[in-house]
Write a new protein. Structure first.
Length: 447
């Protein structure tokens, strides 16, 4: 069983500030659950899915789930699809009388609370989780413990402890899972993974990944003033397991990404894309030390900008965000998102957030190397449920450990101190960081 961390009392902003001065230690605790293993669906049976979060990214996830052949039998959102709520899309549809998600899927039951949906709907085989980050763990865990398969948006979890619990639970309940870094289904990135595995670059010497995110506010020094809650939005359910904050447009929609209580910084938001190629081709499981340089920030919000260094035994990996960039090789102009993997024989470069068009800086063509083609990111998940291969970005092997690596970077950002690892991702002893690694849940949201 993977190591777990103890459940502590919920941290408050003042407790977090105190933690930055003095850290406490607590003993690790193992948890056991009744195992209700999922059963494989027949190849010709239609998978029935409940979609949690149906606006924003949830809108496209729901439509893609249906397009891949699933029956959408339940929809869940804290905002009523027939009222304006948070979304500009829904505001326009409400004004124009346009089609809502309830109109697109008239046979689906609608819920505002996913706890009720998972507990009471007997026909759900699987769920999609397309919520703000602080709900990923709770929705996914409740579903997996019911033997339901899970497609969860990136990052897989909001905390390191949650990532480890989700790994254990996915393995114990034998469910098929997939993280929503959908670009990994593309042929160029699959080919690039095999290129690195085959040693075309030689020994990896240094790695750089960068993003133009955040494209939302960060570095705030205080919580925003309260505003009226939009009609049709259940704000208490939106807050869910997080500490209660009054509603503000500076939090939702979209801007929750800039707050520690709800998001995972640009590193958590985009690292699951930009570092995904690396995760599958270079061993990133054993960083020795993680350090961070940051711009202005308060403990309640993420910094205006950051640079995070992951040091490994044989190479270094540097993450840049919000205008920070590596010094590119001579003659190379780099854009707002991209990556460089420098080897002893050649360098691989990609100039977008998803590794869609990698190229070798030597000018040599990408070798014609064999790789396993994906039927589509969502279809991979369905195939796994029907007895096929496990999805490429499943929780156990990719989603949770990659998320933990990124959250360890956030730990270095918050503390301002080097994070020293004494073991692999998923097993490293993080005692002394408990208040940050495992913030407790609001009563009623314990798992």
């Amino acid at each position: 069983m993977l190591s777990t961390l103890p459940l502590l009392m919920r941290s408050t902003p003042m407790q977090r500030r105190e933690f930055l001065r003095t850290s406490s230690a607590a003993a690790a605790t193992a948890f056991a659950f009744q195992i209700l293993p999922a059963t494989a669906r027949g190849a010709n049976s239609r998978i029935q899915v409940g979609c949690i979060g149906i606006d924003g990214k949830g809108n496209t996830d729901t439509l893609q789930t249906a397009a891949a052949g699933a029956a959408i039998v339940a929809l869940c959102d804290v905002a009523n699809p027939r009222q304006p709520g948070l979304s500009r899309r829904k505001q326009k549809k409400a004004k124009d009388g346009g089609e809502t998600m309830l109109d697109k899927f008239p046979g689906a039951r609608f819920f505002t609370d996913y706890r009720e949906m998972i507990a009471s709907h007997p026909g759900i085989d699987a769920v999609t989780v397309s919520t703000p980050d602080h709900h990923h763990f709770h929705a996914s865990m409740l579903a997996m413990r019911k033997g339901k398969h899970v497609y969860c948006q990136k990052p897989i979890s909001h905390s390191i402890w949650e990532a480890r619990r989700m790994t254990e639970t996915a393995a114990q309940y034998k469910v098929q899972t997939q993280m929503g870094n959908q670009a990994h289904a593309g042929e160029p990135i699959r080919r690039a993974v095999e290129l690195l595995r085959a040693g075309v670059l030689g020994a990896v010497q240094e790695v750089h990944a960068w993003t133009n995110r955040p494209i939302w506010p960060q570095g705030m020094s205080a919580w925003p003033k309260a505003e009226p809650v939009p009609a049709g939005l259940d704000w208490d359910l939106w807050i869910g397991p997080a500490p209660f904050r009054e509603y503000s447009r500076a939090i939702a929609p979209f801007n929750w990404r800039g707050w520690w209580d709800f998001g995972a910084c640009a590193l958590g938001d985009m690292g699951c894309h930009l570092m995904n190629l690396l995760w599958h081709s270079v061993d990133l499981r054993s960083p020795r030390t993680i350090t961070a340089e940051t711009g202005t920030f308060d403990v309640d919000s993420f910094p205006t900008d950051a640079q995070v260094q992951f040091d490994y035994a044989d190479f270094g990996l540097t993450w840049y965000e919000s205008g920070r960039r590596p010094t590119p090789p001579a003659g190379l102009e780099i854009g707002g998102n991209g990556g460089l993997i420098v080897g002893s024989r050649d360098t691989l470069y990609f100039d977008d957030a998803y590794g869609a068009e990698p190229r070798l800086l030597s000018g040599n063509p990408i070798p014609d190397i064999s790789f396993t083609k994906s039927p589509g990111h969502m279809k991979e998940w369905f195939d796994g449920m029907q007895g096929g291969d496990r999805p490429y970005s499943d929780i156990v092997h990719a989603g949770a450990p990659l998320t933990e690596l990124l959250l360890l970077g956030n730990l270095a950002i918050l503390t301002g101190k080097p994070t020293h690892l004494n073991g692999q991702i998923g097993r490293a002893d993080l005692r002394g960081y408990e208040d940050l690694v495992n913030p407790a849940r609001t009563p009623g949201w314990e798992i």
